[in-house]
Every structure is written in structure tokens, then in C-alpha cells.
Design a binder for this molecule. Sequence first.
Ligand SMILES: *Cc1c(COP(=O)(O)O)cnc(C)c1O
Length: 459
Amino acid sequence: MKKVPYRLYLTEDQMPKVWYNLRADMPEQPDPLLNPATGKPATLEELEQVFCTELAKQELDGKTRYFEIPEPVQEIYKQYRPSPLIRAYNLEKALDTPAKIYYKFEGNNTCGSHKVNSAVAQAYYAKQQGLKGLTTETGAGQWGSALSEACAYFGLPLTVYMVKVSYEQKPYRKAVMQTFGAEVIPSPSNTTNAGRAILEKDPTTGGSLGCAISEAVEKAVSTPGYRYVLGSVLNQVLLHQSIIGQEARIAMDLLDEYPDVVIGCAGGGSNLGGLIGPYMRDKLTGKANPRIVAVEPASCPSLTRGKYAYDYCDTGRITPLARMYTLGCGFIPSANHAGGLRYHGMSPILSKLYHDGYMEAVSVEQTKVFEAATMFARLETILPAPESAHAIRAAIDEALRCKESGEKKTILFGLTGTGFFDMAAYTRFNEGNMQDYIPSDEELQRSFDTLPEVPGLKD
Ligand SMILES: *Cc1c(COP(=O)(O)O)cnc(C)c1O
């Protein structure tokens, strides 16, 4: 048997110089974003009020297969990329599986996750446009720290609305953002109409991601020279994250390996959408037929139990409508430790691929995820983020099925980041105090009832 290295790093020369736009190879396009007021597809003119112009163009472009990665972005990528493709020899041995397990590790940077891949691109285009600053929201703090780092590279002011419970519970994430020079405001705040309205109703609320989005968008559109940026869900973010899958593909090709199964965790869908690119392309064009699996928390099961419908991207109901698998924009997930996977919807690209049968989805319970995370940490020398550990769980389950059946499958999964800011969750697991939560059908129905009526659109 061929022995491959533990970690394969591409050289700088081997790194991709383009982003891959999955939409260009889809037989049917995802449904367009709609303006909620008119029910008509959102136009470039509308989107560029909120987003940087170049990013709004990328959002609407389903045709261009490859976008050149701007030189300055390539140069920053080289400061923390390529990310390694790792063979999980120790995990394979411990599982006693005939399967080969590979993972692409995106946690080797200060923010500790893949999110910086899109943050750098978005900050670059904002700088190019001569903008005065950016706003965004952050839940657990990963996106906020990634964008703070990216804005620091380009000397661009940034205001981050951070969900108040996280602001209080994750002071170190806040400190990272402030160190990179960002202004961090706990949301809801009295700096916006949206925030003030929520505070008036409930002064003690801990806030929500949807509320923080509403505040960040309001701040961007009401401040001259400012725009809003988002860290997942949107087509442009999947485009930037395609660097992950392209690097993985080049490295796997060098090893003469092809995955039978590609697995990734899915919150808004950006890392998974990026990882699967070249393999989904083979599938869409009939060249190969790897299985593609999205893994989500049982507590926030948008693909496995959601509806494929037009919905707002935020709880505040101010964003355009996206057709996606959603639990309803009114869905408030239970306190689940994988903060990055607590989102009511899913990328419209992935939603369409799932709807059309090109992708599978599974949901996993939190304690099972932490069992997998702990096993992985002890064997592979990486302490995974709880979000990433969802993919580990599914990869382990797949490898155990191979043990049963004797199949020698090749598994590739995305390890999106490290969990050093999630030690409270690990502590809870270690002390046996972690609970699983699965929403009831009635509960989901209540949030489906919050789905918007779209003018002129029938199901
Ligand atoms: C944000 C985050 C995710 C989920 O986001 P996607 O857009 O679905 O990729 C997964 N893992 C980590 C470490 C994250 O920070």
C-alpha cells in the first residue's frame, strides 16, 4: 500500500489563482434573490445600496465559471495558506476501518477558521471601491474576528454588532476584534432604530443573530460610504470559499486519490459549498459520482427538516428574500454550542443542489458530536471547533460503516476550524452536563408560520 505523508501542503505556485463559481455548471440555477416589497428579482442597483458593487455583481453572476483572485488577495492568502490536506492515519487505526480518511484543515490562522477566506476578499473589494468602512454582525464571534483581521490588512474601519449573550460570554473573541481595531457593539443596542425597538420591548434580551443583522444593515445604509458584509449563505461567499475545494482537489490528485464521499458541516453552507466545488462539478457534468454529505445539528435542522421556500435571511425581516431550505426566519435555535451552525436557512446554491438530488444531508446530536471531537483531539493533535466536529462525527460514522461492510472507501471531510474559544462547551461535555435538544414538529410548525407571503409567487 502506498504510504502518503500525514500532511500535504501545496507550494505557493500550486495554489489556485481563480475562484470557481459552482453555478456555472448547474443545469438549473438557484432561484434569484427577491425584493420583498415588489416580489421581483433583486437588481444590481438595489443590491449595491447594501453591498460593495463588485460583490453584488458576483452575487448575481451565475455564468462566469472562474473569477481571477485579485493579486493582493492572493498575497494575503499566501500568509496563511495553502491549508494542509491531512491523512487521518491515527483515527483510521483507532476505528479499525478499511476506509481512508482525509481532511482539509482550515484552522491554521489567527481567527482559527475558514471564514477569513471570504473576509479578505470582501475587505479588498470594499477598499478598491474607496468605501469609508464596513459593518457586520457576529454571533459566536468567528466571522467578526475574521473580518476584523481582514479589515486591519486593508486599513478599513469596521463596526461589528455582536449578539449580546456572546459579547458577555466570549470576552476573548471581543478582545481579538478590538485588537485588530474593530468597534464592537453588543446587540441589541441603542445605536439603531431596530435595536431601540427591540430594547423597548425587552430591555433584558440577550439578542439574536437576526437582530444583529438588522442593526448592521441599518447602520451601513444610514452611514455615507459604508456597506454591509455577510460571512456565509450568499453566493459570493461560496465563491470565495472555493479556494478550499480547489486546493483539496489539487492535493488529492497529486496523491492519486479520489473521494467516494465528501463531508462537511453546514451552517449557512459556505465551507461546504467551497469544499465540494470540483467534486460537485464532476457530478454535475457526469464525470464521476461521489456522494456529497452536509452535516447539521439536530437542534437546527434546516436541510433535513426545513421547507424549501422563500424566506428572509434575517429575523428582522429587512434583507432580500432567498429561496432556500429554512426553518422560518422566526426560528430561535436552542442554546447549542456550535454557534456557527445556528442559522435558520441554508445557502440557496446548496439548497438547490439538495432539492435536485445532488447532495445528501444528515443531522447529528450534540453529545455525539463532542464524543467525536474528543476522540479526534486525542488522536489527531488538533482541538476541533464544535462546528467542525459535526463533520468529524459523520466521517467517523461512515468509516465505521466501512468496517461493517469491508468497503475500502476514500472519505474527504472539511475540518473548518479550532475550538479554543469553545472550552466552556468542552468543559460542559467533560463534566457530563451537556444535553441534546431536538425541536418538536409543533415547534417547527410555529416557525414555518413565520415564513413570508411573497407577492405574486405561488408554491
Ligand atoms: C461559521 C463556521 C461554520 C459554519 O459556517 P458555514 O458558512 O456553514 O461554513 C463552520 N465551522 C466553523 C469553525 C465556523 O466558524
